[in-house]
Design a protein around this ligand. Structure first.
Ligand SMILES: *[C@@H]1O[C@H](CO)[C@@H](O)[C@H](O)[C@H]1NC(C)=O
Ligand SMILES: *[C@@H]1O[C@H](CO)[C@@H](O)[C@H](O)[C@H]1NC(C)=O
Length: 142
């Protein structure tokens, strides 16, 4: 009995690890290189419910205080995406990054809001050697 419980526990760990690997999005930067998911900076702006007029300048910020030393000199790519029907599919626009080549350790980057279809379920995802999505926000007509 004990042995089989242990076996099931061990299987759960393996299954959870496999699920985590499957769930990890394959992230590619615009040059097509695959980016390893290691460090996920926590985005602090935009937050859920924010609204960005097209053409306006916005500052995207993240918590850079817990950057591991190996990520200190990494540059980032900021992607716009949107969520459909509450799904977790991020529909990232990898062709048109909002910003790229900025220092992750700066904790902020300015972007100009592109002329995209207005919707209320946009997200931004910051990719260094990792990705982390913001809360949902709106992009609106001016
Ligand atoms: C984003 O970062 C926060 C804080 O570090 C973390 O709790 C959250 O799970 C991360 N989200 C994703 C999608 O990685
Ligand atoms: C963003 O723009 C503001 C105003 O132009 C400027 O003060 C700030 O330093 C910029 N921030 C970054 C991260 O470039």
């Amino acid at each position: 009995m004990f042995a089989s419980t242990k076996l099931i526990a061990a299987f759960s760990v393996v299954a959870a690890a496999a699920a985590a690997v499957l769930a990890a999005p394959a992230v590619f930067d615009p040059s097509g290189a695959k980016i390893d998911i290691v460090y996920r900076p926590h985005l602090t702006s935009p937050v859920e419910g924010d609204s960005w007029p097209i053409g306006s300048q916005q500052t995207v910020t993240w918590d850079a205080s817990d950057i591991p030393p190996e990520a200190l000199y990494q540059t980032g790519v900021l992607l716009l995406g949107h969520l459909v029907d509450g799904s977790s599919n991020e529909h990232l626009d990898i062709e048109n990054p909002l910003a790229s080549g900025f220092q992750i350790k700066n904790g902020a980057v300015n972007v100009t809001v592109p002329k995209v279809f207005p919707r209320s379920d946009y997200i931004v995802v910051l990719i260094g050697d990792s990705g982390n999505a913001s809360g949902k926000f709106s992009i609106t007509l001016v």
